[in-house]
Design a protein. Structure first.
Length: 257
């Protein structure tokens, strides 16, 4: 009889298999307790790794499309983090180091893309393991666990200050004009907010109305029109071009808002 893949129940089969064989997840891991009572419900498994860190293990026997497994796991993590000294004392024979930061492991047949997207933004590293239950030719049931690697949190885009964006303009006269235009906008009641890529978003009454793009020999401005569409980039190099744009676009905007 060949080995076959099977489905198993969470409490009756998955949990006992992992309690008896924590090495399915990690060599050297030891189970401290399971179905531990906490204020937010019973914690499936509490373990300790070979470095003495507590490991919170939350189990599911199905794919969680609503991220409840992650949220519940974080609740258990919070409780264990706050009570790690007490847990180290209560299970003093398990080698728990209360100074070590706890770990969180989620175990399920698979994980939704949404859960993996959320996990990458947590400061805490959430380890997720996909399992497959199998039945051996002699009828014995086992599970195979493999860690799932999800994308790392993307680096935040670099946001320049207004002064740094100004320095992007190499033409001295245009740079001086740009600084004056920024001052004019603030006097008119606009709010300037630097954005990634040395651009500046300009808000009026809480709504973004302009986008400024400093370049080497000029700066450009896009304007939100009354119909909700944005204009193309209006290139500005001279005082006359700036005054024309104020008259044709900005003054009417201030009157109509």
């Amino acid at each position: 009889m060949p080995i076959k893949k099977i489905e198993i129940k969470e409490k009756e089969e998955l949990e006992p298999l992992l309690v008896a064989n924590p090495e399915y997840l990690e060599t050297g891991m030891k189970v401290v307790a399971h179905q531990v009572t906490t204020p937010t419900g019973p914690l499936d498994m509490l373990a300790v790794d070979d470095d003495g860190a507590l490991v919170i293990i939350e189990l599911k026997n199905e794919v969680d499309e609503e991220e409840a497994q992650l949220i519940q796991g974080l609740r258990y993590y919070d409780w264990c983090f706050e009570n790690r000294a007490w847990l180290a004392n209560a299970y003093r024979n398990k080698g728990i180091d209360a100074q070590k930061e706890p770990r969180l492991i989620l175990v399920a047949p698979d994980f939704s893309d949404s859960l993996k997207r959320l996990a990458k933004y947590l400061t805490l590293e959430v380890e997720i393991f996909r399992y497959q239950a199998i039945e051996m030719p002699d009828g014995q049931r086992e599970i195979v666990c493999n860690q799932v690697l999800y994308e790392e949190r993307p680096e935040l885009p670099k946001i320049s200050t207004i002064a740094q964006s100004t320095e992007r303009i190499k033409d001295e006269d245009v740079r001086s004009l740009y600084s004056k235009c920024l001052g004019d906008l603030e006097q008119m009641g606009f709010e300037l907010q630097p954005r990634a890529g040395e651009t500046i978003s300009v808000f009026y009454h809480g709504k973004r109305r302009l986008r400024l793009y400093p370049k080497g020999q000029f700066f450009a401005i896009r304007i939100l029109q009354s119909d909700g569409d944005w204009t193309g980039r209006n290139r500005i190099k001279t005082q006359i071009e700036w005054e024309s744009l104020v008259k044709s676009h900005l003054n009417p905007m201030l009157v109509n808002t």
